[in-house]
Design a protein around this ligand. Structure first.
Ligand code: LLP
Length: 427
């Protein structure tokens, strides 16, 4: 067990999270089951926020937009990076103040832009088309919208290509060379108030130097934009700090990120003669290790591999299938037993790629055992689906000995809740 996860332990042979026995959780609430440790979530947020005491921390809602989770983070003072109308809806409902929300997205609908205008949140504009639509909608509503541009800084972090977002060929943001022209146009458009600049270079980044490179390139732009006579009040450098999914991995801390970007941000701001706010948008760092997924073993089959068929698959955790992501797994009811065999932990979905964990040395596994998949608090449930007609599982929150259900298990009715059979087919 990596020592960084102080909230995950073993007691009486069983895995615990936040002091609660995961095997009892599985018995009481059924599997699959997402479990979040509230204290760990709060600690992660506080650790990040204290490393950046002069910055605003906007939690990336896409990582986990459960209402209770967002409410906890709101109570810690978090703002939100939202990427859709739905995420905006939930963030506002969770009590995150509109002046701490940035509406991001590379292909927003007019409806989403109108929603941002009505809610009074800032918008990170991703294209000139979007800017012009926003100007028209704001003018029609008699409002002025504070905007940033999402900039593509053309920086290459060492991460999975599917989660690198700031490469020159990425779909996100305004091309680096086009940024000044975009600000010039924004400054002239009615209903638009260009007040910020935004980038996000990618996710699960384990070397902080690309963040420094991005910060330099962004501050170069800030200098040039300021010369245009535009007063930038915030610089948002996005999220992306990685976490150690495997015991042997080392990940930078928020303090390492501070050391890398803060001197650049502060010195360059001083030299330019401005004092913008720094905004950061961590998702994974805050929620990732606070959550686990408990999944029950249905069957063990000895074939080309020792296949362990569990009740959660890529419907509930798509990261291994989508990014070949590694998640540590523990047999929750045998957490103190030595590994004896090599197993392939596979989900119940009709896809060959539905493999949660490959080639893992684990204690002997039998039907009825409970497998815990660690570090699933970010991009776990939030990327889930109902593929194969599987209902989504419940989620619980543990906090100092107590357990609360924070999302009820779906039922069959949810599968067809929005389906309509035309009357002529019922005759
Ligand atoms: N800000 C923006 C604009 C983003 O697009 C993202 C993530 C973040 C912040 C938060 O990044 P984080 O701190 O969580 O790395 N589904 C993938 C990750 C996709 C991330 C998309 N954008 C995964 O499961 O690894």
């Amino acid at each position: 067990m990596p020592s960084t996860r102080s909230h995950i332990n073993v007691q009486d042979h069983n895995l615990t999270i936040g002091g609660i026995d995961t095997v009892s959780l599985a018995q009481e609430y059924g599997t699959p089951l997402y479990v979040t440790d509230e204290e760990r979530l709060r600690e992660n947020f506080r650790r990040f926020a204290s490393a950046f005491s002069d910055a605003d921390i906007y939690f990336a809602a896409k990582a986990n937009w459960n209402l209770a989770i967002l409410r906890i983070l709101a109570s810690e003072g978090a703002g939100a990076d939202v990427f859709s109308d739905g995420e905006l809806y939930v963030a506002l409902l969770a009590g995150i103040s509109p002046d701490k929300i940035l509406f991001n997205g590379n292909s927003k609908t007019a409806h989403e832009l109108q929603m941002a205008i009505d809610a009074g949140v800032r918008v990170s504009a991703d294209s000139l088309h979007e800017l012009r639509t926003l100007s028209r909608l704001a003018t029609e509503s008699d409002r002025t919208v504070d905007i940033a541009f999402r900039v593509n800084p053309d920086v290459s972090p060492d991460t999975h290509p599917k989660i690198a977002t700031g490469l020159a060929a990425s779909k996100f943001g305004i091309g680096y060379r086009d940024v000044l022209a975009a600000y010039s146009e924004a400054a002239k458009l009615p209903g638009i108030n260009p007040v910020g600049i935004h980038c996000h270079i990618g996710s699960q980044i384990l070397d902080v130097s690309p963040f420094g490179e991005a910060a330099e390139r962004m501050m170069d732009l800030v200098e040039q934009i300021t010369r245009l006579g535009i007063d930038l009040t915030f610089v948002d450098l996005g999220g992306g700090l990685g976490i150690p999914y495997a015991a042997e991995m080392t990940a930078p801390t928020p303090n390492d990120l501070t050391d890398m970007i803060l001197p650049i941000f502060e010195e360059r701001s001083r030299a330019i003669g401005i004092s913008p706010r720094l905004i950061l948008e961590p998702g994974r760092y805050i929620a990732g290790d606070a959550g686990i997924l408990l999944t029950g073993v249905n069957t063990v089959k000895r074939a080309a591999k020792n296949f362990v068929g569990v009740d959660a698959g890529l419907n509930l955790l798509i990261r291994p299938a989508m990014y070949d992501a590694y998640h540590e797994v523990v047999v929750a009811n045998k957490a103190d037993q030595d590994p004896e065999e090599t197993y392939e932990i596979v989900g119940p979905i009709c896809e060959s790629g539905d493999i949660i964990a490959r080639d893992r040395r684990l204690p002997p596994i039998e039907p009825g055992d409970v497998v815990a998949v660690l570090d699933t608090g970010a991009y776990g449930f939030s990327m889930s689906s109902r593929y194969n007609g599987r209902v989504r599982c419940a989620e619980v929150l543990v906090n100092r000995g107590g357990v609360d259900v924070i999302r009820r298990r779906e039922d069959y009715g949810d599968l067809i809740a929005k389906d309509v059979v035309p009357a002529r087919l019922l005759r």
